[in-house]
Design a protein. Structure first.
Length: 372
């Protein structure tokens, strides 16, 4: 099957992007090199083409009430201009996808507007899930900007960089805040709105914005002119792992619940609303967990990769879900599910790496924390 290409594909090639397959898309894995890209985001500013992500616009009466049935987080805690990170669950409490929900208030028909940003690999299944569970409501579901490009600009200097380009004040936008802007600049299709949010997947200061493709291509060029480092999915993975952010398919999936994944803070059992998977999570909250997602550091030379076995006293007690060498910490880090009785901080375990056992230590997550 031919891989899909984003509206910024040619721009990525022009900057030396080394392309590879990801979730049926041909995406840049690296540009100048993973370490340089990673450090640019931690120390200065970098940008990512993330147009493979799904960005859906939902509109309709009683929309938030209808959507509340699909997520364990209280959506009535957020209002227009605010957003929340949450998950879709199945009846067993397993995670169907993780996503961000952006409340856009009401449209001119007095209908509620909500934007969902979902994972590329789950877009089709998420669409089916939404259509199935929202069918009794008069709710429309569409791509927010068909053919548009989604760009993440991340790093300590991301605010100054984007304020320079958009000529728009962004520093007063709170984390997880968002707005629609019409830049007063000489951009192609400058009369068309751009959706921008103070969100990201790096554990760093930053923004994500969605724009029509020609506008996005022009902004990408302006970012290059300002010496913003283009970054690939390789650096995005090391950055998110340092921040202990979950990757769907690795650290969370249909067989893991929010409680097991360390996402219990998303589950608001105290709210009066029902949601798919609630009974399963209530039972798990009562009976306890059999496994937990923990952060580990390898104590000698070796990198614990996805699928590697975690051992305690020569017995398998879990499996690594994500692992890498941390450019910031300069040591090997990983996430792993282990049996709950061995999931305490400072517990010494071993991971089998290429047939040899290596000592690891369970540490506090996240591995890297930015002081915002």
């Amino acid at each position: 099957m031919k891989l899909l290409q984003t509206p910024l594909y040619e721009q990525c090639l022009a900057m030396g992007g080394k392309m590879g397959p990801f979730a049926n898309w041909e995406m840049p894995l690296t540009f100048s090199g993973l370490i340089q890209e990673h450090n640019s985001v931690r120390r200065d500013v970098g940008m990512f083409d993330i147009s493979h992500m799904g960005v859906l616009l939902l509109q309709g009466k009683h929309l938030k009430k209808a959507l509340q049935n699909l997520v364990p987080s209280d959506l009535f805690r957020i209002g227009p201009g605010e957003a929340c990170y949450t998950v879709f669950l199945n009846e067993n409490g397993g995670i169907q996808d993780d996503l961000i929900i952006y409340d856009q208030g009401f449209n001119h028909k007095d209908e509620e507007r909500i934007i969902l940003v979902i994972n590329a690999a789950r877009k089709e299944s998420d669409m089916n899930w939404l259509n199935l569970n929202l069918s009794e409501y008069e709710i429309s579901i569409s791509d927010y900007i068909p053919g548009g490009a989604l760009i993440a600009v991340q790093g300590p200097n991301s605010i100054n960089t984007l304020e320079n380009i958009f000529e728009e004040h962004l520093s007063d936008l709170p984390r997880f805040g968002h707005k629609t802007i019409t830049p007063q600049t000489n951009l192609p299709n400058s009369e068309l709105p751009i959706f921008i949010a103070r969100t990201g997947y790096t554990g760093e200061e930053g923004f994500e914005f969605l724009a029509p493709k020609e506008t996005a291509r022009s902004i990408w060029g302006s970012l290059i002119d300002l010496r913003v480092t283009p970054c690939g999915l390789g650096a995005r993975d090391t950055l998110r792992l340092e921040a202990s952010m979950h990757l769907y398919g690795n650290d969370i999936n249909l067989e893991t619940t929010p409680f097991e994944a360390g996402l219990g803070w998303l589950v608001h059992l105290e709210m009066p609303y029902d949601f798919i998977g609630r009974k399963a999570l209530e039972k798990q909250a009562e009976t306890g967990l059999k496994k937990k997602l923990v952060g580990i550091k390898v104590q000698d030379k070796g990198i614990a990769r996805k699928g590697y076995t975690v051992l305690k006293d020569n017995l398998c007690i879990g499996q690594v879900t994500s692992g890498t060498w941390s450019p910031t910490l300069k040591e090997a880090i990983a996430l792993a599910y282990v049996s709950s009785e061995h999931a305490q901080i400072n517990t010494e375990l071993k991971v089998e790496i290429r047939g040899k056992e290596h000592p690891v230590l369970i540490v506090q997550k996240p591995f890297y924390r930015k002081s915002f």
